[in-house]
Write a protein that binds this ligand. Structure first.
Ligand code: C5P
Length: 238
């Protein structure tokens, strides 16, 4: 079958444009160089980010599928575009923390880089207006965002992603500090991993020096932002 082509743009997020295609079951993600932080209060561009995030996400999705973790990735169309399965978005974002930093460190006044006894999973409500606030299972169920069964499945898949991605990265000298995942429902109602997995949505530290190799370089004005994305691309290509 021929590759579906773009029709109308159905959404534009902070880092991506999403297009419907000639196949109603597929979407095209276009990865932009635009970067925002602190709920879009800080704006900028990161050179080559779109290209690198497409490539890194495609690589992680392919690796995860090979390990039995299915996801929405279908194929890469060009430098900045990937074809994905169309999903009904579940408005619950999942964060998994292997080390404590970012909003969790601030909220609970923990030590930077503290290693908790095990990975911590947090749920957030996907809402740009509200800044993706932290929620718990009861909010998600009571407000109809996800069922109890779906949340259990999201939790299971999030832990499975960590179990594969963490050692994959460690073998390449990268510490997987934390990451955010998004899920959706397929036509048959099952829960499928979607969105992107890249230096915009994960924290990566060099395993030896703990140098930040992710979007925190942009958030915190640390410089060498594109270089960090390029370094993650280079190390994960092997
Ligand atoms: O800021 P916080 O510590 O909550 O972020 C945890 C993880 O989730 C980080 O890897 C961050 O890049 C990611 N995240 C994201 N999108 C958001 C909030 C956080 O990808 N809206």
């Amino acid at each position: 079958m021929s590759v579906p082509t773009k029709t109308e743009m159905i959404a534009e997020g902070k880092a991506k444009k999403i297009y419907a295609t000639t196949d109603p079951t597929k979407l095209i993600f276009y990865f932009k160089d635009d970067a925002t932080a602190f709920n879009a209060q800080k704006k900028g561009t990161i050179e080559s980010k779109g290209m690198l995030n497409q490539r890194i996400s495609a690589r992680f999705f392919t690796m995860l599928r090979g390990k039995g973790i299915d996801n929405h990735y279908v194929e890469t169309l060009n430098d900045r575009e990937m074809l994905v399965e169309r999903l009904e978005i579940i408005p619950v974002e999942t964060i998994l923390r292997n080390l404590i930093t970012g909003s969790c460190r601030k909220r609970l006044d923990r030590e930077e880089g503290e290693e908790p006894a095990g990975p911590i999973i947090e749920f957030c409500y996907k809402s740009d207006e509200l800044g993706d606030p932290l929620i718990n299972d009861d909010h998600a169920i009571a407000f109809g965002w996800a069922t109890e069964k779906e949340l259990a499945e999201i939790r299971r898949q999030t832990l499975a992603v960590n179990a594969e991605l963490k050692p994959f990265l460690a073998a390449r000298g990268i510490l997987l500090v934390d990451f955010k995942l998004e899920f959706g429902r397929t036509q048959d109602g099952s829960v499928l991993l979607g969105d992107e997995i890249c230096p915009d949505t994960c924290r990566f530290w060099d395993i030896e020096t703990r140098k930040k190799l992710d979007k925190d370089r942009f958030r915190q004005d640390l410089g060498e932002v594109s270089e960090a994305y390029l370094e993650i691309d280079r190390r994960t290509a092997q």
